[in-house]
Ligand binder design. Structure first.
Ligand code: PNS
Length: 165
């Protein structure tokens, strides 16, 4: 059985992520959306919230499940019999860093990385930009699932009320 991971921070999940997950689910028998929960960046949503969002967003895909991981992605792949890492490439600007990570991951455990070109309608969409635009009142409803949009607006409002944003 072929098994791949779609790794990411997913803070929050966007339609761009889900496009890659959907397409990976057609290429592999099983896809694990692996949510990195290392404490390296400040996140808007905590690990449990991100896992719950991904579980809801991926419910339509029969062969996709969601998991969180800490530590190295290659360790997760080795421990869970994962043969491939699937990454979306939005633009040339993504390529340098993604290539570097793919080569590092290969050198660590021999796990391969498969790059999928992002669908053009999502080529400018990222979680970071979605958060930034939403923080300043821009309409990001086209870029995330409706329930994520609601959660995003609620979280930003709560942060503003708490004087954190
Ligand atoms: O959505 P992101 O933030 O681009 O996801 C990055 C992620 C989580 C896929 C990447 O940071 C990662 O693989 N982190 C786990 C730690 C690790 O394995 N680091 C070495 C990468 S070569």
């Amino acid at each position: 059985m072929s098994r791949a991971v779609c790794p990411g921070s997913f803070d929050p999940v966007t339609h761009g992520h889900l496009d890659i997950v959907r397409r990976a689910s057609r290429l592999f028998d099983e896809v694990v959306v692996a949510i990195g929960v290392n404490k390296s960046k400040s996140r808007l949503f905590d690990p449990d919230e991100r896992i719950a969002m991904l579980e809801r967003a991926c419910a339509p895909f029969d062969n996709v499940r969601v998991d969180g991981f800490t530590g190295l992605l290659t360790t997760y792949c080795a421990e869970h019999d994962v043969q491939a890492i699937v990454k979306g490439l939005r633009a040339v600007s993504d390529f340098d860093y993604e290539l570097q990570m793919a080569q590092m991951n290969d050198s660590l455990t021999g796990v391969d990385t498969v790059f999928l070109p992002t669908s053009p309608e999502f080529s400018f969409v990222s979680s970071s930009l979605v958060k930034e635009v939403a923080t300043f009142g821009g309409d990001v409803s086209a870029f995330v699932p409706d329930f994520v949009h609601t959660a995003l607006l609620e979280r930003l409002a709560a942060r503003r009320e708490a004087g954190e944003a």
